[in-house]
Write a protein that binds this ligand. Structure first.
Ligand SMILES: [Zn+2]
Length: 384
């Protein structure tokens, strides 16, 4: 639970420029609601997770073992003292293939206050687990740090300690900090909006970049989940020590704020698991966007001979040439700039050269995907 100190400011959402990515959509669709729910049941079962408690230690061990089971090897136990009591952040690093020394941090606190904290912040915790599970085998351009902070409820002490002892001392190059805190919604309410949080506080130098990242976050939520978005200012969670240090931050928080946070009733039964799953999917799409996740199949696109779609620009009569799909069933889909499917065609047995007519579409830029069961190719096309 967070206490707002400034008045509510809402902005109308407008999508511009950023395109829907079918691979990020496939990652979002790969999120498994049963896995997410089972992890949340386990989280809740550990009970109240105060700093210094066995319950918090048990939760830490469970998280640690989950990352091991997913195949991660770079797992850092970040020990520190919160008001004289020893506790640990868990920091799991996945190295990027293009920018190995530049990090996208996605974080969630795993300590709780006055209850098991299924929503605050079991929800953020299990989202990180699900994304890490799915991304372990996915190549990403930027490195990712999955960080589970302790002592958030004691005054953001885990993140403050991490910024002071790990970020500043190593001059860590951080592309973005993406904080997930309390995104389970409230049972009995219509939970269909997620709040995207941006930095509107001093220092001001990093605020514009936070606004851009948060607009991109909102776009991704709308592309890759069923949720709508609103903007609000970032406050009262683990991104604060980062933004005070000049880093670029963004975050997610539920729209229908739970009345049960920091009580014994912060339980799964009092939140909305379908909402949590939609937040998970949107977060997956957003993280894939921020780290630039690379589809292995799309890597083969660099082999330009794999598929030719021409001419571009085109008057609407397009040829598709490939020897990779011959004899296979394939779907051709055209997306507009906002990610909406505007044309779709299925071919039961792809030939070496297929011709399609898009003469009825308006002039402009589109994304075309040509997809068989095993492969997907995508190209930008321009119609005159
Ligand atoms: Zn929280």
């Amino acid at each position: 639970m967070k206490i707002a100190l400034l008045p509510l400011v809402l902005y109308a959402f407008g999508s511009f420029g950023q395109t829907y990515n079918p691979f990020y959509a496939s990652l979002a669709d790969a999120c498994n609601q049963d896995t997410v729910n089972q992890n949340l049941v386990t989280f809740e079962s550990f009970g109240e997770k105060q700093v210094g408690s066995t319950e918090l230690e048990n939760t830490y061990d469970w998280l640690y073992n989950a990352y091991v089971s997913y195949g991660y090897t770079d797992i850092q136990e970040d020990q520190f003292f919160a008001s004289g009591v020893s506790t640990k952040n868990l920091v799991v690093t996945k190295t990027g293939s293009v920018y190995p020394n530049t990090y996208v941090i996605i974080d969630a606190h795993y300590d709780t206050k006055n209850g098991p904290g299924a929503n605050d912040n079991g929800t953020g915790t299990v989202i990180l687990l699900e994304l890490a599970r799915l991304l372990e085998n996915v190549d990403t351009e930027y490195s990712i740090k999955f960080i589970h902070f302790s002592a958030e409820e004691d005054g953001l002490l885990g993140s403050l300690n991490y910024v002071n002892d790990d970020v500043i001392t190593t001059n860590m190059d951080i592309r973005l900090v993406f904080n997930i805190d309390q995104v389970g919604g409230t049972t009995g309410m219509t939970n269909d909006i997620i709040v995207c949080e941006r930095d509107e506080s001093p220092p001001a130098a990093n605020n514009a970049a936070s606004a851009i990242a948060t607009t991109e976050l909102a776009n991704c939520i709308e592309f890759y989940s069923a949720l709508n978005t609103e903007f609000y200012f970032a406050y009262g969670s683990d991104y604060v020590p980062f933004m005070n240090n000049g880093e670029v931050v963004t975050g997610l928080y539920e729209k229908n704020e739970s009345p049960y946070s920091h009580t014994s009733q912060d339980l799964i039964v009092n939140m909305d698991l379908d909402y949590l799953f939609q937040v998970t999917k949107g977060t997956m799409g957003a993280l894939a966007h921020f780290v630039i996740a690379l589809d292995e199949v799309s890597l083969s696109e660099f082999d330009k001979s794999a598929i030719k779609i021409y001419p571009t620009p085109s008057d609407g009569n397009l040829s598709i040439e490939t020897d990779r799909l011959v004899g296979q069933k394939a779907n051709i889909t055209v997306f507009d700039i906002s990610g909406k499917i505007i044309w779709n065609h299925s071919i039961s047995s792809f030939g070496p050269k297929e011709q399609i007519q898009l003469n009825n579409l308006n002039a402009g830029s589109y994304l075309m995907t040509v997809e068989s069961e095993e492969q997907i190719y995508r190209r930008k096309i321009v119609l005159e």
